[in-house]
Design a binder for this molecule. Structure first.
Ligand code: R5P
Length: 311
């Protein structure tokens, strides 16, 4: 087994390598003057079980192209099997036709990865479980929930805790985390516009008064969904609101929005390389999923069960 990394999240790739007690494959992924990507693998990978770590996070298109070219280089170097380890799968939110004459880009990206030569995919908290089915190659979807649950259990009194989904679409994910937390109670923020042109109203389904709320979601991008939900919970009498979000996309002014929000803390994982602003924020903390991914890689290489990681 060998582990190779693109440039999107080298610290995570190094931590996965450290967990596996493996060096990263000696390769260079660089740019020509016109920004074309060039990959060169400096060691023999013939017959190897290769794992390429690359999140398709910002800049999504460059990082995706790097992943495709790494896979192509490995295939042409006669690797025996290639697993694309994509901790954050960008384009996942484009998983259906959002309107007439719009693409399903998540399916297109899945096709590109398989067509480049990947034999398997390993991802973390895909935006929707059914994206697994967009790949015509075996795909493992790991859950950050056990990592988050351990952190929540160490910090919150179970008598006061309430897990909250920031929107109706995230209920399945929030319920799964609540179940791990000894069946903690669950609330839902239901955002709806009563009439066209009127502003959105946040209704809270569940009794949050006096509770320490933990919002759970897969992605924080602009931060709008989360910060608005946090304020709605405080307005409804919650004692405090923290958030556990797998992928810290945190675009534009998201970090400032979080810093000025009602959230006491935002906990993200390291599926995406944090920006300096994220690292500087004293409201944002990061958990690592390197051991989770490292263990899944080991099990795929050993042909042992990956799902039992979550039992
Ligand atoms: C939406 O379906 C996702 O689960 C997130 O709630 C969404 O992507 C968050 O985006 P933003 O932070 O821009 O509100």
């Amino acid at each position: 087994m060998k582990l190779m990394a693109g440039n999107s999240n080298l610290p995570l790739a190094r931590n996965i390598a450290a967990y596996l007690e493996l060096p990263l494959t000696d390769a260079s992924v660089r740019r020509f003057a016109d920004e074309e990507i060039f990959v060169e693998i400096h060691e023999n990978v013939r017959g190897q079980d290769m794992f390429v770590v690359q999140s398709t996070s910002f800049p999504a298109n460059d990082n995706l192209m790097e992943l495709l070219i790494c896979i192509d280089a490995l295939r042409r170097a006669s690797a025996r099997r290639i697993t694309a380890v994509v901790p954050y799968f960008g384009y996942a939110r484009q998983d259906r036709k959002a309107g007439s004459r719009t693409p399903i880009s998540a399916k297109l990206v899945a096709n590109l990865i398989a067509e480049a030569g990947a034999d398997r995919v390993l991802a973390v908290d895909l935006h929707a479980g059914q994206i697994q089915g967009f790949f015509d190659i075996p795909t493992d979807n790991l859950y950050a929930a056990p990592t988050m649950a351990a952190d929540i259990q160490a910090r919150f009194d179970s008598q006061e805790l309430m897990v909250v989904s920031p929107d109706v679409g995230g209920v399945v994910r929030a319920r799964a985390l609540a179940k791990r937390l000894d069946n903690a109670p669950l609330a839902i923020v239901d955002k709806r516009r009563e009439k066209p042109g009127e502003s959105e109203v946040m209704n809270i389904i569940g009794e949050v008064e006096g509770r320490r709320c933990v919002l759970v979601d897969d992605i924080i991008d602009s931060g709008g969904t989360l910060c608005n939900a946090a304020q709605a919970l405080i307005d409804a009498g919650a004692k405090s609101v923290a958030a556990y979000i797998t992928h810290g996309v945190l675009s534009g002014g998201a970090v400032a929005r979080v810093d000025n929000s009602a959230l006491t803390e935002l906990v993200i994982t390291d599926t995406i390389l944090p920006t300096d602003a994220t690292l500087d924020s004293d409201r944002i903390r990061m958990l690592t999923v390197a051991p989770l991914i490292g263990e899944a890689v080991r099990r795929i290489a050993d042909e042992s069960s990956v799902s039992s990681l979550f039992d």
